[in-house]
Ligand binder design. Structure first.
Ligand code: FPP
Length: 240
């Protein structure tokens, strides 16, 4: 096997909007949940590839707060797929040194889904190679609304003064507080938007869009995105 050349300037946190499962299924005359089943295969491949590339954090937009409005069978299929994946994937994730964390409001999940979340978070807690953050029942506006309420309460009960609210303070109270901001955000499926994903955290992220539908996204697709990122010049609002 030929040794692949390593890429310079690997991003610390890559976030992915995994879009295109439904269209992938439709093109094959299959029901939408079949697209999500194929999408899990891509998740598996991309996690493995992310470990190999030396990425430290991978945040995956798995289920948005808006996704509850999809047909009930599709919502149920995604939840079931999550639970099944927890059982099927945990041994390999542990072997690869992958830690799984869930980011989002867990209140809306069933007892069963919450139990699987607890299970995968505790079973993989020791993983040090890569942290995979599954954004579930997550959206930026929901997160920012929840954080605003938390901070307002702190001001109201005298825990903090208004002057203490800085941009860093807000970042430290978001659902994403334990992770760095994304260096690179990838969206598969050919659309050019953020769809309520990490809008605060994306302030200086590099964006990469590909027409590849998520079930067709693989390690080569990740490599192409990383190569594009390596060629970008990040200035963070400054001059070079
Ligand atoms: C977007 O495709 C995809 C989702 C809303 C769900 C993503 C879920 C998975 C990949 C499976 C579950 C994941 C884990 C980690 C167990 P879409 O349905 O919006 O596609 P479309 O735009 O073609 O309709």
């Amino acid at each position: 096997m030929t040794q692949e050349k390593s890429i310079q300037n690997i991003p610390t946190l890559v976030a992915i909007i995994m879009d295109g499962n439904g269209r992938w299924a439709k093109m094959r005359g299959k029901a939408r949940p079949e697209g999500h089943i194929a999408g899990v295969e891509s998740v598996r491949k991309v996690i493995k590839a992310a470990v190999a590339e030396g990425i430290k954090f991978l945040t995956l937009y798995t289920f948005s707060t808006e996704n509850w409005g999809r047909p009930q069978e599709e919502v149920d299929a995604i939840m079931e797929l999550f639970c099944r994946s927890v059982i099927a994937e945990t041994p390999e994730l542990k072997k690869e040194g992958v830690r799984i964390r869930i980011m989002g409001d867990r209140i809306a999940f069933s007892k069963k889904v919450n139990a699987y979340i607890d299970r995968i978070e505790s079973d993989t807690a020791e993983g040090e190679a890569l942290t995979v953050v599954l954004a579930m029942n997550y959206s930026s506006r929901y997160e920012l609304t929840a954080t605003t309420k938390d901070i307002a309460r702190m001001v109201a009960d005298g825990t903090i003064k208004v002057e203490e609210i800085t941009s860093e303070f807000i970042s430290q109270h978001l659902y994403s507080k334990d992770y760095p901001d994304p260096d690179l955000i990838i969206r598969s499926g050919g659309e050019y938007r953020l769809s309520n994903f990490l809008m605060w955290q994306a302030a200086y992220s590099e964006l990469y869009f590909t027409p590849t539908l998520w079930p067709d996204f693989d390690k080569e697709s990740l490599r192409e995105a990383l190569e594009a990122y390596a060629g970008r010049q990040r200035r963070f609002g400054l001059v070079k």
